[in-house]
Write a protein that binds this ligand. Structure first.
Ligand SMILES: Nc1ncnc2c1ncn2[C@@H]1O[C@H](COP(=O)(O)OP(=O)(O)OP(=O)(O)O)[C@@H](O)[C@H]1O
Length: 827
């Protein structure tokens, strides 16, 4: 698992003022938040009281005497005592005047955030409030205080007065006024671009009343229609930039390319139609002339509507498409400021001396072995440099391939890999690890245009290639992924990277994750988002992350059942896959009363799959293979990880059904062959260096690094928002016994399970008819425990199954149980 990494990174505001650590402890957070709230209220009361008592208390504060602060004789008039008087004196009188009220206001915001009442972007509010406070203090001192010449109270405080006087000395009163206006306008523009329109309107009011519609053609490719009117009935469309969501300006910029826009927007396509063009009125046609950008448009009187008969089917009228996100319509996707930035993020560090030395050594070694090359080119990646060699005419590729170890020796570096030839190019690649590897941050990956603009169903951005491109794949297309690598080489970080990138793109209504974690520690950080993103079989045990081996079988069987149900629904709906089905459902072509429902994607992530196979063997392998074979079309995808890439764990059955493979560094070539069907993974350098295979040739990728605090931040961000009431419920799996005529299962009571008697005693002693209790106590699989339970039902020890609840225990004490058991064993 990712250890906490100390990196030289830029810290966020909350980190720098020490809040980020506090934010991780819920109780501490709450109490600190509550304390700040009380302090803020106290400050506000002291400030208010200052207006009536400030003068009286001033002399006591300015000429302090020993012990006076104890206020034993109640010399201080302020309602909040001597501390209140001092606080108010300092902040209101000495600092910001009336504007000092913003200090307790900001404190209230901090407390509300810490108590998780609201999600507040504190850094943004801090900047805004500081600007307002400083500005207001100077403005009040300049303009309001002179209105009350007899008052000893200065509305802008000493700070305002001092700054106002200082600027006035430099630029005079008009200069100060202009400066204050400029700051105000600049600030309002920062808050909202609407300010620009208002100011334009104020500067040229006549034009705004006369020119209500204007066409603006900014360049040949773009044609923008700006309609500005005082009585605008429809709001102009703005692209709202949410600074909280993504701070990559490039990715937020939407370029409208003429060609694609014409294809994409139906309105444009219509206008492009020659017939429609002919129908355009002269006035409209003229409006598109670029040489005549300004014109009036008269809207002709529209035809009167027919009354009486309804032209539209009343049922169709309300058929707005179904939106699965409506349940959590205020859900905010995690923001990029939750992730860390690193030094040199995204930019490879190029050490020219190192590059030249490597090049010289490669050329020299090859020459020593009689291989001449005609050119060599280096591409520096985050952790690896690729040297592309073009051999001289007549040189055999196999000759260079055989020199792998010699080149590695001469470069005295581990992790050299030779790709001969590079697919699609007539060159040979030699990958050499950089002396100073760069960390690829998750932030740099998710903040890329490629990720933000991706329209993949399940986008997984896992890192950067050697050429520094963001590497992504669509898990929905893969459709199942096998991750393997020796311990400590970056598997867990890799799994977190996959989960994180999906969390950044998917709404809780669209994605459900089943987390299986036999190691018990890897996925526990995802506990807080259980009600948003996790799925589980309903059980008396509320833990949504499955750590118990016996429960894994149950969950996998349940997933098989969900898969079968989904296939049935797809069949009835006449859809070939989940995408088509969900589209039909959204278009309201499927009736929810007939069992149809919106299907979220389900991603099953199993860490340490090897452990499971060792303990439960076929019981695990069979459902996994079944899901892997069939579940693709119904949106169930699997990612399984193991640190033991042996053929006993990654069996032929598993391999055949997991076309997507990620190999982190492994110790032996044979392991690499097991995962990738070829060597290569044994030559990686670890720490997230991986080979991704899906089809032909593996791609070398440096996995993005996301550490535990980052994942916690993301999860807390999601957890603070409204979620569903429970994790997504998977169906109760079937036990493999049928039902008898009496409703009780068809059970073979001639061959009682050897654990029958012990299980009966366990149930009676605990007075709990729980299958998982039997599983846990005897460390047996779900199927066997289920069969035992059925035998106990038939014997009359427990009642019938009651869904996910434990069964009723029919025998109250051991004496009655002994009698019952005797009767059964005698038969
Ligand atoms: N992409 C990465 N970039 C930089 N360092 C990494 C990366 N991935 C992993 N590391 C480093 O390697 C360490 C081990 O990673 P990780 O915990 O993911 O290994 P693992 O294969 O899951 O090990 P185990 O199987 O024992 O859990 C991390 O703490 C981190 O220091």
């Amino acid at each position: 698992m990712a250890k906490r990494k100390k990196a030289n990174n830029t810290t966020s505001f909350s980190e720098s003022i020490g809040f980020s650590k506090v934010f991780h402890n819920e109780k501490l957070n709450f109490m600190t938040g509550l304390a700040s709230l009380i302090i803020a209220i106290y400050m506000t009361m002291a400030f208010i009281s200052f207006f009536t008592t400030g003068n009286a208390d001033q002399s006591l504060i300015e000429v302090p005497r020993a012990g006076e602060i104890m206020n034993e004789k109640r010399e201080f008039m302020n309602n909040c005592g001597s501390i209140g008087a001092y606080t108010a004196y300092y902040f209101v009188k000495r600092c910001f005047g009336i504007a000092a009220f913003l200090i307790p206001t900001f404190l209230i915001m901090i407390s509300l955030k810490m108590m998780r009442v609201y999600i507040i972007n504190l850094s943004k509010w801090f900047i805004c409030m500081t600007i307002i406070m400083v500005w207001a203090s100077v403005t009040l001192a300049k303009f309001i205080t002179p209105l009350f010449p007899n008052s000893s109270f200065n509305t802008g405080g000493d700070h305002g007065q001092y700054i106002a006087r200082w600027i006035e000395n430099l630029v005079g009163s008009p200069g100060l006024t202009a400066l204050l206006c400029l700051v105000a306008v600049g600030f309002l523009t920062y808050i909202s671009t609407e300010t620009i329109y208002v100011i334009r309107k104020m500067l040229n009011p006549v034009k705004f009343f006369t020119d209500r519609v204007k066409f603006e053609i900014s360049n040949n490719k773009e044609m923008r229609l700006e309609t500005e009117s005082d009585e605008m009935e429809t709001e102009p469309e703005h692209i709202v930039e949410d600074p909280d969501t993504f701070d990559n300006p490039e990715a937020q910029t939407i370029n409208f390319d003429e060609d694609t826009a014409m294809q994409d927007t139906p309105e444009r396509a219509e206008n492009d139609n020659p017939k429609d063009r002919a129908d355009m009125t002269d006035t409209q046609a003229e409006s598109t002339k670029r040489t005549d950008p300004e014109m009036d448009i008269k809207v002709g009187k529209s035809e009167e509507k027919a009354h009486g008969k309804k032209l539209v089917n009343p049922d169709d009228e309300e058929m707005a498409p179904y939106d699965p996100k409506l349940d959590l319509e205020n859900y905010h996707y995690p923001t990029l400021d939750l992730l860390k930035k690193y030094e040199n993020d995204g930019k490879p560090y190029i050490d020219m001396a190192e590059q030249t030395a490597n090049k010289n050594r490669i050329v020299e070694v090859l020459r020593n072995f009689g291989v001449e090359i005609s050119s060599i080119k280096a591409t520096v990646g985050p952790t690896i440099t690729l040297y592309e060699i073009t051999p001289a005419q007549g040189v055999r590729i196999s000759k260079i391939r055989n020199l792998e170890d010699d080149i590695a020796l001469s470069l005295s570096a581990l992790g050299i890999r030779i790709i001969a030839p590079i697919p699609g190019k007539g060159t040979i690649g030699i990958e050499v690890p950089n002396a100073k590897p760069n960390i690829v941050s998750m932030e740099s990956i998710l903040n890329s245009k490629k990720f933000q603009e991706s329209v993949m169903e399940l986008p997984c951005a896992i890192g950067k290639t050697i050429t520094n491109e963001v590497f992504m794949f669509d898990l929905a297309k893969i459709p199942h992924l096998l991750v393997a690598g020796a311990t400590g080489q970056g598997k867990s970080v890799g799994l977190n990277t996959i989960i994180t990138s999906m969390l950044y793109k998917k709404h809780p209504a669209e994605l459900k994750i089943v987390l299986i974690d036999p190691k018990k520690v890897e996925f526990s950080i995802y506990g807080p988002i259980a009600n948003h993103f996790l799925a589980k079989v309903p059980d008396e045990d509320s833990e949504p992350i499955i750590t118990d081996v016996t429960k894994v079988v149950r969950t996998l069987n349940s997933l098989c059942k969900e898969m079968d149900t989904r296939y049935d629904l797809l069949k009835i709906a006449g859809a070939r896959n989940i995408k088509e089905y969900n589209k039909k459902f959204k278009d309201r072509q499927l009736n929810p009363q007939k069992g149809h429902k919106f299907m979220p994607y389900i991603v099953v992530i199993i860490d340490e799959f090897g452990d499971l196979i060792m303990t439960a063997g076929k019981e695990i392998e069979l459902p996994i293979a079944r899901i892997a074979q069939l579940a693709r079309a119904v949106g169930i995808h699997m990612v399984i990880a193991t640190q033991r890439p042996t053929t006993t764990i990654i069996t032929g059955n598993i391999k055949a059904n997991f076309p997507g493979r990620i190999a982190f560094k492994v110790s032996a070539m044979i392991d690499s062959k097991t995962i990738l069907d070829r060597p290569g993974a044994n030559q990686l350098i670890g720490r997230g260096d991986l080979l991704f295979l899906n089809g032909n040739e593996p791609v070398r990728v440096q996995c993005a690094f996301v550490d535990t605090p980052e994942v916690e931040n993301i999860n807390n961000f999601i957890a603070r928002q409204q979620g569903y009431l429970t994790p997504f419920e998977l169906p109760e799996p079937d036990t493999d016994t049928g039902s008898g005529a009496d409703g009780a299962p068809d059970v073979d009571m001639q061959h009682l399970d050897p654990l029958f008697e012990e299980a009966a005693r366990l149930i009676v002693l605990n007075q709990s008819g729980s299958t998982s209790l039997i599983q846990r106590k005897f460390s047996i699989g779900y199927n066997r425990a289920g069969r035992l339970m059925d035998q106990l039902e038939k014997a009359g020890v427990v009642g019938a199954a009651m869904g996910s609840k434990p069964r009723e225990v029919m025998i109250q004490d051991e004496v009655s149980l002994d009698n019952l058991l005797n009767s059964w064993t005698k038969r």
